[in-house]
Design a protein around this ligand. Structure first.
Ligand code: AMP
Length: 457
């Protein structure tokens, strides 16, 4: 028997038999690594994306310890979107089909309350839902969590991106402390470590080996001397790679502004950040860039400090860094979390010593053909909306998700990051659905109030 056989686990025979009928021959890496700890009742942090088999990993864990005779909610799975919640619920139902009468209930925003309350009154074993709606049920007293034995935070990084941190904290407060907590996330920003520290007990960490090639950064070097040559090179590289998010490094503050201005002049969706911006301008620029509603951000090393964006497609050094360490730091901002990244560096003939200091085997590359500039410039995939209401108006991320989805709205997976500040909020939506999103928020009230909403530009 190999260690990837489900039969190596001490699973309930009905669950085991069902797995083979589902065609699950052996465990996926994340299952083999996490299931022994999950089944022994430990808290587990799993790094795994959709497609890794993570749902079955936690799903089997919570089914194994379910008391079917008690119709009280015993497990709760928090997901960032309704689409994921539906997917998770249907996978759990599949895994549970050999066990008689297991009730899995989804509670998500954008759906009417009535039927959800009705289902809750009939009793349920497993609740899967989005934080905003679950919190509303807790406030109304229609959902009780005092019998929960397992809490799952699925796609935790995305839930934090969507601004659900406070709501999640409020939900967790209502769950008995002696529960098992399982957290799955594709990436591990500092906020995940801090949430894990607060809500988990000595968690076991498991990381599924990447099914893709390990993170790779492809480096390219181009000779460009005058300012015009550099600008031309930059436009050609952006036109060729069409990044969703590219960070362009300049060595001086003045250059960042000039480069951004020129890119905008040529129709690129670009902004610069530098020390002369006030806090709000800087925040808005970063929000638009991290929301992917601006594709190019031009910055100096100092201004880019603290920029925590984990999915940059490319880094372009408009000026090669003075120091090899700075170069490595700059290009390390792409190719994170198992993704591939591109780093392009422009250098002048008087800068070859900086190139040599990198100690790489460099062959200069040729720039793409000028004809690329005749093609239309790719529009950003997302658009950021600014809503004139925030924490002081008691708006929460869940209200915004609820306000955007549902009848006449847009699907939850077309919503990107949500940031709720004191007096206003920002939400990223897919550019192709921006009109629908604006209409939905303007026509329907949020929490019974109308808020002004506009495109952030
Ligand atoms: P997930 O990453 O949880 O979204 O799962 C990805 C897909 O893999 C789902 O369609 C599951 O039904 C399927 N799956 C999960 N575990 C296994 C397994 N051990 N063998 C075959 N398929 C699996």
């Amino acid at each position: 028997m190999s260690t990837t056989d489900f039969s190596s686990l001490n699973l309930h025979p009905d669950l085991l038999k069902n797995l083979s009928s589902l065609g699950y021959e052996s465990m996926t890496p994340i299952q083999a690594l996490s299931l022994p700890a999950i089944l022994s009742g430990k808290d587990v942090i799993g790094q795994g994306k959709t497609g890794s088999g993570k749902t079955a990993a936690f799903g089997l864990g919570l089914l194994q310890k379910l008391n079917v005779k008690s119709f009280k909610a015993q497990s709760i799975v928090l997901c960032p979107t309704r689409e994921l919640a539906d997917q998770v619920a249907s996978e759990i139902r599949k895994l549970a089909r050999a066990v008689h009468n297991i009730k899995v209930l989804t509670l998500c925003g954008g759906a009417p309350f009535g039927p959800q309350i009705g289902s809750l009154e009939h009793g349920t074993h497993i609740v899967v839902g989005t934080p905003g709606r679950i919190e509303e049920h807790l406030r109304k007293g229609t959902l009780k969590l005092d019998h929960i034995t397992t809490l799952v935070l699925d796609e935790a990084d995305r839930m934090l991106d969507m601004g659900f941190q406070d709501t999640i904290d409020e939900i967790i407060e209502k769950i008995p402390a002696n529960r098992q907590t399982l957290l799955f996330s594709a990436t591990f920003p500092d906020e995940i470590a801090s949430i894990a520290e607060r809500v988990m007990q000595s968690p076991t960490m498991v990381e599924a080996p990447s099914t893709h090639e390990e993170s790779t950064i492809k480096q390219y070097f181009y000779e460009a001397n005058s300012a015009d040559e550099r600008m031309m090179a930059l436009r050609l590289l952006l036109a060729k790679h069409k990044p969703d998010s590219a960070l362009v490094f300049c060595n001086t503050k003045i250059d960042t502004q000039d480069v951004a201005d020129e890119l905008i002049y040529y129709g690129f969706y670009a902004l610069s950040i530098h020390g002369d911006l006030d806090q709000r301008e800087r925040d808005q620029a970063l929000i638009r860039f991290s929301n992917k509603s601006i594709s190019v951000l031009v910055a100096t090393d100092v201004a880019a400090r603290g920029l925590d964006i984990d999915s940059l497609d490319m880094v372009i050094n408009f000026n090669i860094a003075h120091d090899p360490e700075v170069h490595v730091h700059r290009i390390g901002r792409t190719g994170r979390a198992g993704r591939s990244g591109i780093a392009c560096t422009l250098y002048g003939d008087r800068e070859t010593h900086k190139l040599n200091a990198l100690e790489l085997d460099i062959t200069p590359d040729s720039l793409p053909s000028d004809s690329l500039l005749d093609k239309p410039i790719r529009k950003p995939t997302m658009t950021t909306l600014k809503i004139d209401g925030g924490k002081k108006q008691k708006l929460r991320p869940g209200d915004i998700v609820g306000g955007l989805t549902g009848k006449g709205g847009i699907p939850g997976d077309k919503i990107g990051k949500i940031i709720v500040a004191s007096n206003w909020s920002y939400v990223a939506v897919s550019s192709e659905l921006v009109k629908q999103a604006l209409k939905k928020i303007s026509n329907d009230k949020l929490k019974g109030r109308s808020f002004r909403v506009r495109i952030l530009s």
